[in-house]
Design a protein. Structure first.
Length: 404
């Protein structure tokens, strides 16, 4: 019987398949093969799961030269179709929010995926979107919450980073991957921050436009958007939740930056110390898109522990099936920060535990794996004595197998 789940092979076999399929798809994006891989049913299920984990279905649908099984062809086609439909729905929601925010005198900045959508960085049906992230000034928090209620959204829960709003009539369909019926959440941010790994990095001032007007605004510049994507990707690497699509986003946006913008991003060591691992990874998969002087400048201010950390894609992404005790400890800038981070993992604050509970409640698929229903002390013991599988990754693996 499997040491992970009765319907799956052992842990090692799942991990090996996740790594092999991820590597194959990354290679396909760089240099497409002519022949389909010789995978069994389990591996084709892993292929679907990897597409969802890394957001690659749309890219592969337009890139692959081979077909594979009919179920695989159908999966890619459906995913691309639903991404196009979701893009149209996202534009509709953003347009309604623009009108409502203008009427109430609120300046709003759509973040990340919404900003990339507006810029046309990707073609239609290429990049998945699950959430709409918005940035507003703290003094407008109550006003924008009322605005969201006026367009059919209600507050669901809050985390340290953002407040989550969902449609009043939200249903949670049992769908795998992108689907037009999946409701868009709105994540409301009063600041743009990321814990690396414990202390917050704050780039709000860089992102906020200088002459913000009522309604929807763009970032202060393409460089500000790039900086936010960098920070979000760093957070993904830190928590081993990187999606390869995040690296594609950066690679597509990088050529739009001017030399002056690159200089502005990298000249301040206090703001750029965390840039290098992300830029190095983008450059590894997309040569020549990151200027050499930007890599050199950020490398020179990168802390030693972080500089020499091993950041393989399989280790720092959703492909990693393992739950580490201290994910991303190398982002600690001082021994004291490392100790504070370790303490937060062993003795999490009540708010952190509440945030986990809220997240699990909003994602029914995570109940398929018995992990979060155990006490924190039990989970710590399992970290030390065994190799428990990561809930989100295993749930996606299970869902991919069910789509045969």
């Amino acid at each position: 019987m499997s040491d992970v789940h009765p319907d799956l092979p052992p842990f090692a076999a799942i991990q090996a398949a996740l790594i092999a399929v991820t590597d194959r798809f990354v290679h396909e994006l760089e240099a497409p093969e002519e022949a389909a891989p010789d995978w069994n049913d389990f591996e084709w299920g892993i292929a679907r799961s990897v597409c969802v984990m890394h957001g690659l279905a749309g890219m592969l649908a337009g890139r692959l030269r081979w077909r594979g099984p009919d179920s695989w062809v159908k999966f890619l086609g459906e995913q691309q179709r639903h991404m196009r439909l979701r893009e149209a729905r996202a534009r509709e929601i953003l347009a309604r929010l623009d009108d409502a925010a203008r009427a109430r005198g609120i300046a709003v900045v759509p973040l990340k995926g919404s900003a990339l959508l507006a810029l046309g960085v990707h073609g239609d049906g290429v990049r998945p979107m699950s959430d709409i992230d918005l940035l507003v000034a703290p003094e407008k928090a109550a006003a924008i919450a009322e605005t969201l209620r006026s367009v059919g959204y209600r507050r669901c829960y809050a985390t340290q980073r953002h407040t989550v709003f969902v449609p009043v009539d939200q249903a949670l369909p049992a769908t795998f991957g992108e689907h037009v019926d999946n409701p868009f959440r709105i994540e409301l941010h009063l600041a743009i921050t990321e814990p690396l790994p414990f202390s917050l990095v704050d780039i709000t001032a860089r992102a906020w436009p200088r002459d913000a007007h009522h309604g929807m605004n763009t970032y202060a510049s393409n460089a500000a958007l790039f900086c936010h994507l960098l920070l979000h990707t760093a957070g993904g690497m830190r928590t081993n939740t990187l999606r390869f699509m995040q690296l594609i986003d950066l690679a597509r946006l990088a050529p739009r930056l001017t030399r002056e913008e690159w200089s502005g991003l990298t000249r301040d060591g206090e703001l750029a110390w965390w840039n290098y691992p992300v830029l190095r990874m983008v450059a590894r998969f997309f040569p020549d898109v990151i200027p050499a002087d930007a890599l050199a400048a950020t490398r020179s201010v990168c802390p030693t522990l972080l500089l020499h950390a091993r950041h393989d894609l399989a280790e720092v992404s959703w492909t990693n099936l393992r739950i580490p005790a201290l994910p991303g400890y190398e982002w600690s800038r001082t021994p004291l920060e490392l100790l504070r981070y370790a303490r937060s993992r062993v003795l999490p604050k009540r708010q952190a535990l509440a945030e986990v509970a809220d997240t699990i409640a909003s994602q029914p698929a995570l109940h398929w794996v018995p992990w979060y229903n155990q006490s924190h002390a039990t989970r710590i013991l399992r970290w030390v004595t065994s190799r428990p599988p990561r809930v989100q990754t295993l749930a996606t693996v299970l869902a991919g197998q069910s789509r045969q």
